[in-house]
Design a protein around this ligand. Structure first.
Ligand SMILES: Cc1ncc(COP(=O)(O)O)c(C=O)c1O
Length: 455
């Protein structure tokens, strides 16, 4: 199917979801017999069953029952050029004829490292991992080794992957989050050692005064402050410039390392989202788009910091290994993807996203519906309350609003539009104007239905 066809043709008819007689429902029953919850990835879990994918191309995804949808999830922001981006796929084909992984470096990881270093002055050295979670974990370990301290600070509600320490208060609730002045570090995973919470300071996103009150007295204990320049799970909320400036200044003053988590939001600038603020991290964790649709993570930073990984003088301060680190398939796909995501492509994508977000907010206003689309550039998220959102608590939905998000997600699914279950999404360069128009029409149609159903 050509992209030109996509521009004019609506996604094809689908059976209404959920459908107990569907192939997806049957596959899910099979999956439940071999995987807990029939699932191997929480982010794509859905009740009563997830829709199984048959194939995808460009901006479209086809399910195993033949249903076609326009994809605004793009595997949680990975597929910045859509599915099967031809230059990446061609490079992978060429690589496959030469081998998939070796017990040795290749020019593929070298070329991607050189490319990343060329994208930001903050990236003097790079190491690759297999996931964003590992990249964040290695950044934290590097900060500990550099500073000789072991505690870290992170924002309430922020998601940084699956490392114990960064899971603190990932999903705290009004019942356990404590006071706003002193958020309680809440474990995300049952059985997390209490010492992990003791060694993690949780502070509110975007709140300089509260951050100052929490961080300053414990500055001498901290190895790293970990922050997303645009907090995706908190509600797709850009950081206030003053907040990032304060964190940078705090870290400089106390010899703490500032770690930017750009795993989700790197697509927002040539050197990542932080570039918009003109503030450099000491370390930056990346993932997703850096592998061009294949598994990857990367940690980059100043030479002096990254030297903790250097094994040349004997045993490195931070031993870093991984069977698939720098595997050439991910590396060549990532290189082609990033080469095509230059300043002009990013500017175009971000402008389209900003226009889309404004149009979604215009729908809320025109229809007199309480809610808002937050986001920046190619990233957006829908909320069903109108109050300003600046951090985890102001974005936290009431049970009624959470139910509306769930309902809108399902209605969009049945209208040929894929957004994440929290009604967040993103644009890729494969989306046509027609795709975006269909999204907006479906958004308005179904937003009205959600409110109608409530009345
Ligand atoms: C901000 C952020 N950090 C880290 C991660 C973890 O990345 P991965 O799923 O590749 O382990 C994610 C994943 O969505 C993320 O959004």
């Amino acid at each position: 199917m050509s992209m030109a066809t996509n521009a004019t043709r609506p996604a094809q008819a689908r059976a209404a979801y959920p459908d107990p007689s569907s192939r997806s429902a049957a596959l899910f029953e099979r999956a439940r017999r071999v995987m807990p919850g029939g699932n191997t990835r929480l982010a794509v879990y859905q009740t009563p069953y997830p829709i199984f994918v048959e194939r995808a191309q460009g901006s479209r995804v086809w399910d195993v029952d033949g249903g076609e949808r326009i994809d605004f999830i793009n595997n949680q922001s990975v597929l910045v050029h859509g599915h099967l981006f031809p230059p990446a796929i061609e490079a992978v084909r060429r690589q496959l004829s030469k081998g998939t992984c070796y017990s040795g470096p290749s020019e593929a990881d070298l070329a991607l490292a050189e490319h990343l270093v060329s994208r930001s002055p903050a990236f003097e050295r790079v190491r690759f991992t297999n996931s964003g979670s590992e990249a964040v974990m290695m950044a934290v370990k590097a900060a500990r080794a550099c500073t000789g301290r072991f505690r870290i600070a992170k924002c309430e509600g922020a998601y940084h992957g699956t490392y114990d320490f960064v899971e603190a208060s990932r999903a705290s609730t009004p019942a356990n989050w404590g006071s706003a002045d002193r958020p309680t570090p809440v474990p995300y995973t049952k059985g997390t050692p209490p010492s992990v919470m003791e060694d993690t300071i949780v502070f509110p996103y975007n709140d300089v005064e509260r951050a100052r009150a929490l961080l300053e007295p414990r500055a001498h204990e901290l190895a790293a402050v970990l922050v997303e320049p645009v907090a995706n799970r908190i509600g797709m909320i850009p950081a206030r410039a003053a907040f990032l400036r304060y964190l940078r200044e705090f870290c400089d003053r106390h010899g703490v390392l500032l770690v930017f988590d750009e795993v989700y939001v790197f697509r927002l600038g040539v050197g990542g989202a932080a570039e918009r603020y003109g503030i450099a991290g000491d370390l930056t964790a990346m993932g997703k788009i850096v592998g061009g649709g294949f598994p990857v993570g990367a940690v980059a930073g100043r030479t002096k910091v990254m030297d903790v990984f250097d094994p040349s003088g004997g045993s490195p301060a931070v031993p870093h290994t991984g069977t698939f680190n720098g595997n050439p398939v991910s590396m060549v796909a990532g290189l082609e993807t990033l080469k095509a995501l230059d300043a002009a492509a990013i500017a175009g994508l971000n402008a389209r996203g900003d226009t889309l977000c404004a149009a979604m907010n215009a729908v809320f206003a025109r229809r007199g519906i309480c809610g808002q689309a937050t986001g920046i550039g190619s990233l957006f998220r829908v909320h069903f309350h109108g109050a300003p959102i600046c951090d985890y608590r102001t974005g936290y939905p009431t049970p009624e609003n959470a139910a509306k998000v769930k309902q809108l997600h399902k209605l969009l699914l049945n209208d040929g539009i894929l957004v994440a279950v929290n009604c967040s999404g993103n644009l890729s360069t494969a989306h046509t104007d027609g795709d975006v128009e269909q999204f907006l029409a479906a958004f308005e149609r179904n937003l009205v239905r959600v409110e109608g159903a409530k009345a």
